[in-house]
Design a protein around this ligand. Structure first.
Ligand code: FAD
Length: 388
């Protein structure tokens, strides 16, 4: 296949650039530039998403009938790349990337009407209730239980590492609805309103000093049975479908963005060589992504190939983050939180572009763990792709 830009792609790229030039106000761009984690500032991200949504571009990978763009893979790639290059704020939304496609495939008409438009319009935020203390890689062993009481489930248990639970309006959650069968056959997928009585959230502060993840507790939380997605005890199928979207994203713009930030400061032969190696490896990833995504229609998933993209994408993000931190030299050791917000007049120590480098490096250490650790992705490739 031809992976170079066609005249139509070039026209589309110019349209995206013009949109970004017009809509990225200096403060939005500054917030984007100061993003220190894979999440970014949530309120700024929502503001940006609403602007993108008003243009009709809020859900690049969704089919048009559900408020998506119907873009080709190349157009989606161009949009991601140009947004990263222009330092657009990040909008971390598990709704658009993960639960949206699941609701499209398994949801009832009422669930589609309630959740899809509100999700793409950033009116509701989602969090993911999969992992539990003791059930991460071995997800099917999860213990949070849901017992029927009339037309409700009563939920008890706990979820952990729940990203942005403290901002989320809804959680998509795996619960055990049958304990007497094989683990995978007793799980259901439910949508939980985060304001339901009995639900509480405890922050977990990460290595990078960020509050992004939490532990969530359920104490007799009543959830309407109508909020279940898919059949009772068939949640494992739904959960696995979602994971393909969680892992199978477009990664290569991230390392590219970080390497661009570090470019000027990479002034030793050793750093220049590492940068060149990482850039070449990232180009290979970029072409692989274009090849994989161009074989999909919008709304499609990448299957087991998502594991390959996740491993390579997170490895290169980490390699690029390490280069940026090393390029910042001794300034990488200075904690300068005041310089991380555009509304402060603190002057950053070291090169301004690299003020987020250490925070990003620490935050990106988790990239090879979340979404299923890279060891687990290798196991999936061994089994599903190589047939070992
Ligand atoms: C920053 C961050 C955000 C997260 N956000 C969310 C979220 O929003 N929602 C959510 O549900 N979860 C979230 N997670 C949880 C994440 O999915 C789990 O941490 C991950 O699946 C690993 O599970 P675990 O932490 O229990 O580690 P374990 O499963 O205990 O694994 C420990 C180590 O053993 C290795 N290992 C385990 N089993 C095998 C095996 N069979 N073969 C080879 N190696 C193995 C792992 O690779 C890892 O290195 C998040 C995690 C992090 C760090």
């Amino acid at each position: 296949m031809d992976l170079s830009l066609t005249p139509e792609d070039i026209a589309f790229r110019d349209e995206v650039r013009a949109f970004l030039d017009e809509k990225l106000t200096p403060d939005l761009r500054a917030w984007g530039q100061l993003t220190r984690s894979f999440v970014g500032d949530v309120e700024i991200g929502k503001r940006w998403q609403k602007i993108v949504h008003a243009k009709g571009w809020g859900a690049p990978a969704w089919p048009v009938e559900h408020g998506g763009t119907g873009w080709t893979a190349m157009q989606r790639y161009i949009f991601e790349r140009e947004s990263a290059a222009a330092r657009a704020p990040k909008f971390f939304n598990m709704g658009i990337r993960m639960v949206g496609p699941v609701i499209m495939k398994f949801g009832t008409p009422a669930q589609k009407a309630q959740f899809l438009p509100a999700t793409v319009g950033a009116e509701i935020m989602w969090c993911q209730g999969y992992s539990e203390p003791g059930s991460g890689s071995d997800l099917a062993s999860l213990q949070t239980r849901a017992e029927r009481d009339g037309d409700h489930y009563v939920i008890n248990g706990s979820k952990i590492w729940t990203t942005l639970a403290h901002y989320a309006d809804w959680m998509f959650c795996l619960v055990r609805t049958n304990r007497d069968v094989k683990q995978q056959d007793g799980i259901s997928f439910v949508l939980i309103d985060m304001k339901t009585p009995g639900l509480s959230i405890r922050p977990i502060i990460t290595l990078a000093g960020d509050h992004e993840v939490n532990q969530v507790f359920f104490d007799n939380v009543r959830v309407p049975i109508a909020n279940r997605v898919g059949e009772e005890n068939k949640g494992w199928t739904v959960a696995k479908y979602l994971l393909e979207f969680e892992r199978g994203g477009i990664y290569s713009p991230n390392p590219a963005e970080i390497l661009e930030m570090a470019d000027e400061a990479c002034d030793t032969p050793a750093l220049t060589a590492r940068t060149a190696q990482t850039r070449i490896a990232n180009m290979a990833l970029e072409y692989t992504e274009k090849r994989v995504f161009s074989s999909l229609t919008t709304g499609g998933s990448t299957g087991a190939l998502s594991s390959l993209l996740k491993i390579r994408g997170t490895e290169l993000t980490q390699a690029a983050s390490e280069i940026a931190m090393d390029a910042n030299d001794l300034y990488a050791l200075v904690d300068q939180p005041d310089a991380l917000t555009p509304v402060s007049n603190a002057v950053p120590l070291g090169q301004a572009e690299l003020v987020t480098a250490t925070y990003r490096h620490l935050n990106n250490r988790a990239a090879s763990i979340y979404g299923g650790s890279n060891e687990i992705q290798r196991n999936i490739i061994a089994k599903a792709v190589l047939g070992l």
